[in-house]
Design a protein around this ligand. Structure first.
Ligand code: NAD
Length: 469
């Protein structure tokens, strides 16, 4: 395991009120800066977005979609350069940074066409009446995004919002402003002035944006910030999409393909250093397969190599900031104090790095089984049967994803008892094309992706006429 000697105190901390510094979480070095958007200027930016909306809305959805297609090509051309910036400020291995930007670029053509199709008017008829359902833009959409997928998360909301005919103001995370800035610059090469703007800063800028004269807010981030945003949106009854945190379970039962289950669990607990909204944060393993599963998981997790995003062979980077590391280590210590066993890892590392860790003998009295961890920790609790597993899996306020491995009939049976929004049966949660990304309970409100998701960026209007008139 690699050990790094790093400064911890200055990482990712804005040091000047006019300048936002972005630091490399592996080394503490400055990667770049962006100017902070003065809070006093945000209302003017919103007014500009309303002005730009007049011409933007007048275009057809397909015209807007076609305008964005060359931006996809440009993202692909610049994927190495932008992926490097992404990795340097967020910490994930370079291949993953490049992969994230490439993913945004390569999907662009299909995505914009999908949105244009989803928001096309639909006609329904009955005897004597013909109704047309229109999917109109709301006006100005504020999108506020987190740092864990700092290109994909802005892309995820900006693209459908724009194609649906809204103008957009994005407020990316203060931890990863550089890649969002570059992404917006690429899109703006192909968009009319004022259609897409970016705001940099911390919560104050986000709060001013939400409080301003915007028509909808598409927020991706923590539950706590989502609750504030929902309250702030209430007086104006602003439309909301909230994609929030989770505590996703994975169930492993008798009859599971253990190779498959272990490959899924190790990757999904550790990728992006566990900083993924659908990370596997709780693992419920049936007693009869526990020993074998655990042995295989230890071997698999041992293959990860912790290191700087640019280091050869590194497959896990650092935590994005020291506060995140402190939070993860505190949960591990709380679990140990309450009886958890460390099966793998747990060796202290310098800087923002955390060794991939496997904990066993866990229960729901421990913070690590109830509060979002967002770190590279696989947490195992033993269960006696499928019934106990699904009851424990549902014992959470969250509900983004849930995955279950075992005998096909048994896991299909318990899958419909899951309280999560997206359930994978003997596979991950990724669904067929057109399925929405959806969080249940306190993991979110609304959807992304697929026709259901794209239409969230629209006001539905129905015009009915007498048939044949
Ligand atoms: P965060 O909530 O701290 O910050 C997200 C964004 O909101 C940042 O841009 C921040 O400046 C802004 N913000 C914070 N408070 C605000 C307020 N009161 N008003 C307006 N803006 C405000 O989240 P984070 O730490 O950047 O991201 C990690 C979280 O995001 C995790 O909980 C993770 O599960 C979640 N997430 C969810 C999904 C999903 O699809 N459900 C996807 C990615 C990340």
């Amino acid at each position: 395991m690699v050990s790094y000697n790093l400064r911890m105190t200055t990482m990712n901390t804005p040091t000047d009120t006019n300048i936002l510094n972005s630091y490399n979480p592996s080394t503490g070095e400055l990667v770049g800066t962006v100017p902070v958007t003065p809070v006093a200027s945000i209302d003017g930016m919103i007014a500009k977005a309303h002005q730009a909306a007049k011409a933007w809305t007048a275009l057809s959805a397909q015209e807007r979609a076609d305008m964005l297609k060359p931006a996809g090509e440009k993202l692909l051309e610049k994927a190495e350069e932008l992926g490097r910036i992404l990795s340097l400020e967020q910490g994930k291995p370079l291949a993953e940074g490049i992969g994230e930007v490439t993913g945004c670029g390569s999907r662009m053509n299909d995505e914009v066409d999908e949105v244009a199709k989803a928001v096309a008017p639909e006609v329904l008829t009955d005897e004597g009446v013909e109704s047309t359902i229109y999917y109109d833009p709301f006006g100005v959409c504020a999108t506020i995004t987190p740092w864990n997928f700092p290109a994909l998360m802005p892309h995820w909301t900006i693209v459908p919002a724009l194609v649906a005919g809204n103008t957009v103001i994005v407020k990316p995370s203060e931890q990863t402003p550089l890649i969002a800035d570059e992404y917006v610059k690429v899109l703006n090469e192909f968009l009319p002035e004022g259609v897409l703007q970016i705001i940099h800063g911390e919560d104050d800028q986000g709060k001013a944006l939400v409080a301003g004269n915007v028509n909808m807010i598409a927020f991706t981030g923590s539950k706590t910030a989502g609750q504030h945003i929902m309250a702030a949106a209430a007086p104006g009854l602003k439309r909301l999409i909230l994609e929030l945190g989770s505590k996703d379970p994975c169930i492993v039962l008798e009859g599971a393909d253990l190779e498959k289950a272990v490959a899924f669990v190790s990757n999904n607990s550790m990728r992006n250093c566990g900083q993924v909204c659908v990370s596997t944060e709780r693992i419920y393993v049936q007693d009869c397969v526990k020993e074998e599963f655990t042995k295989m998981l230890i071997a698999k997790v041992g293959e990860f190599q912790v290191g700087d995003c640019l280091a050869d062979g590194s497959t896990i980077g650092p935590m994005v900031m020291s506060e995140q590391k402190t939070h993860v280590l505190a949960q591990i210590e709380d679990a140990k104090a309450k009886g958890a066993n460390v099966l793998f890892g747990g060796t202290p590392m310098d800087g923002n790095f955390v060794e991939p860790t496997i904990l066993d003998n866990l229960n729901h009295d421990m913070d690590i089984m109830t509060i979002e961890t967002f770190g590279p920790v696989a947490c195992i609790q033993t269960v006696k049967d499928a019934n106990e597993a699904i009851e424990l899996a549902n014992d959470t306020e969250y509900g983004l994803g849930a995955v279950m491995f075992g005998d096909e009939n048994v896991v299909r049976g318990i899958s419909r008892r899951s309280t999560a929004g997206m359930v994978g049966v003997n596979r991950g949660i990724g669904g067929a094309s057109g399925t929405p990304w959806v969080g249940a309970r306190k993991s979110g409100i609304g959807y992304h992706s697929g026709p259901m998701g794209h239409r969230q960026f629209c006001q539905v209007r129905v015009v009915s006429t007498n048939e044949g008139s």
